[in-house]
Design a protein around this ligand. Sequence first.
Ligand code: NDP
Ligand code: GDR
Length: 405
Amino acid sequence: MQSKNITDTLYGKKIDTANILNISDAKLIRNKFVGQKNSTEHFSNSVIVVTGVTGQDGSYMVDYLLKNTNALIFGGVRRLSVYNHHNLSHVKNDRFHLVNFDLTDSHAISSIIENLKPDYFINFAAQSFVASSWDFARQTWQTNSTSVLDILESIRHHQPKCRFYNAGSSEEFGNVSYSPQDELHPLRPRSPYGASKAAARQIVKVYRESYNLYAIQSWLFNHEGPRRGEEFVTRKITKGVARIAYCVQNKIPFSPIELGNVNAKRDWSDSEDFVECVWMMLNQEKYRVDFDSNMEIQEYVLSSNETHTIKEFVELAFKTAGIEGVWHGEGLNEEFSVTTQSANELNVPSSVLVKINPNFYRPAEVELLLGNSSGFRRDFDWKPKSDFYSLIKKMVVSDLKDAGL
Ligand code: NDP
Ligand code: GDR
């Protein structure tokens, strides 16, 4: 009965995105959609599974696919006791449904691929926080490496024509041996997270070559946006800036943002730019001879090709909110404080904006990341819409708005 209601609501009625389908109801929707195929156009009427849709990239990918394709999209989410679908709350579309999916359950992976027979499987789900990967190394490995093997096995058995994308990372380069890092840079991970992504890369390559699967993993350098998780340094800073700006405006004393290694350098892009590239990578037809001549598909670095310190991000984020600061002190005593001029103009109740907390240092740090994405830019005639400055502005403005400013 429930299944009938769900299939009846496939077209013309809003779907509640909080409603997570079981696999048999999802299969009914999939079969009805495929049965109504009325176009031979490429990409049209595809069935796409996207994982990690409650996170940053997965949710932007859903937005991109709904806007740019006619595909039916199943977003994989794990059931949690607390609602965590905020990044999807704006999505009301009959072509988007949530299905129960936990990456660590190989039976669930197999069931999804066997029953939904997707044309594309885009895997953004991961234990993605590098700092936690030392505390939860096994869980990181299970989620980021073993699960990728499980997905590949299921695709091989049940839907070998499915195109598979796995989100790789610049953290695989780790302790870099040259800059900027391109597709030929060796894998030298510095964290359990980096090692888990490097392992996933190897198994994706082995399955691609052994079974002729369209299976790829890019190297994504850091990419951010207003939907970024709050523990990552960029969002931690922009949320902190908004909190402090609110206090300044209301003359409330504030505590500083506490950070770890502010001298680390990262290559930051906009997540919305990258999801477009991922879709392009999944639909490449070209053959390049300069990397792996046996393959007809290519794996790419995605990056902004610029590197900036955490300090620079801090300075610009505060400046965007109208607060000028200056760094002083060294090591654990380094601080970012309001300039005298800004303090007088704003009449601020506290002066220290950022201080160092060694608890945020990592057991091993990747000090510098700087990508070279010229291969992708050349092959796809692509360039990013966003840059370092517009990205920071977008994030700060969004967090200021959330703070009522
Ligand atoms: P987020 O942390 O924002 O999202 C991770 C997603 O994975 C969440 O939806 C989370 O679900 C889901 N997830 C985690 N564990 C499981 C599980 N066991 N079963 C099902 N779902 C699970 O990450 P991003 O969007 O930033 O990154 C997307 C991908 O890109 C990740 O693989 C990440 O490692 C990779 N990447 C990201 C970069 C970046 O700068 N953003 C750079 C390089 C690579 P839940 O909400 O339930 O926790
Ligand atoms: P990263 O992102 O580890 O590069 O991984 P994160 O934002 O966590 O750290 C970036 C750099 O900032 C330094 N840092 C701090 N980091 C956090 N989180 N909190 C702090 O207080 C802080 N202070 C300084 C870190 O030491 C680091 O050098 C991200 C994730 O999205 C991964 O999934 C992805 O693979 C890589 O980017 C590329």
